[in-house]
Ligand binder design. Sequence first.
Ligand SMILES: [Zn+2]
Ligand SMILES: [Zn+2]
Length: 232
Amino acid sequence: MQTSRNSESEQANPLEVNQEYIQSVSQLTADDVERVKGRKPKSLGIRCGRSDCKRDLHCFDPSGSRLTFTKGRCQSCGIDLIDWDVVHVRDLRNIDAKFDFFKKEWIRHFFFHVPITNRIESYARRNGFEGLAQILDKQLRQDKMLRFIKEFDWNQTKMLNGTIVHWARHATASCCRACMKYWHNIPFEQQLTAEDINYLKALAMRYVTLRIPDLEILQQSRVAKAQSQSAV
Ligand SMILES: [Zn+2]
Ligand SMILES: [Zn+2]
C-alpha cells in the first residue's frame, strides 16, 4: 500500500485502493473505513486543523501560534459563519442549530457523515443506548479530560479505529480540551463540572441517536417493559 502525498488543493479523486488520503467523506464507504482504520489519521488527512473552504468545510480553531483571522472566523478563509453566542450556551436549547454549526467544521462534518460500519454498529448494539452513555461518562471523567493536561490533549481520542462514542465526541467537540475550549467556551484552567459533563454527554448521545436511530427507542421500550412487569 502506498501513502498518498496529495495536497488538499488537488482535485478530488475517489478513494482508490492504493490511495489512502481521504479527499471527501462522501466518497468513503464502510469497507474503506475498516480497511484504513489502522493507519495514522494524519496520513489519511483526518486532522483537526483541516479545512476545505470551497466545499464550505472550515476550521475555526483559534489556537494556532498566531491567528490568521479574527477569533471565531475560519482560520483558513476568514468566513464568519458561527453564532458563538448560541453555541457557547451550555444547555440543550438550539441543539439542532448547534449541530449545524459543528458541521461547518471539516473534522466534525467528517464524523457526522463517516459511514457506520458493522463493527461500529455491533459495538453500539452490544452496549445499548444506556451502556454507551455510561462509557461516555467514564471517558469524560478521566483525569486528562477533567483537567487540561497539555501532553495528553489533541490526539487523545481515537478516530476511525475508535467506537461510536469516540466518533460522537469528535462530532460534538468533546474529544479534547482544546476543542472544548473554542466550541464550548470551557477554559483550560477550569475543571469540568458535573453540569459540563452532562451537557457534553447529552450532545454526544444525540449524535448516537442521529447515526443509529433505533438504539434509543429500543432502550425506551426495554425500560417501559421492565416497568410494566414490575407493576404487575
Ligand atoms: Zn474556511
Ligand atoms: Zn479535539
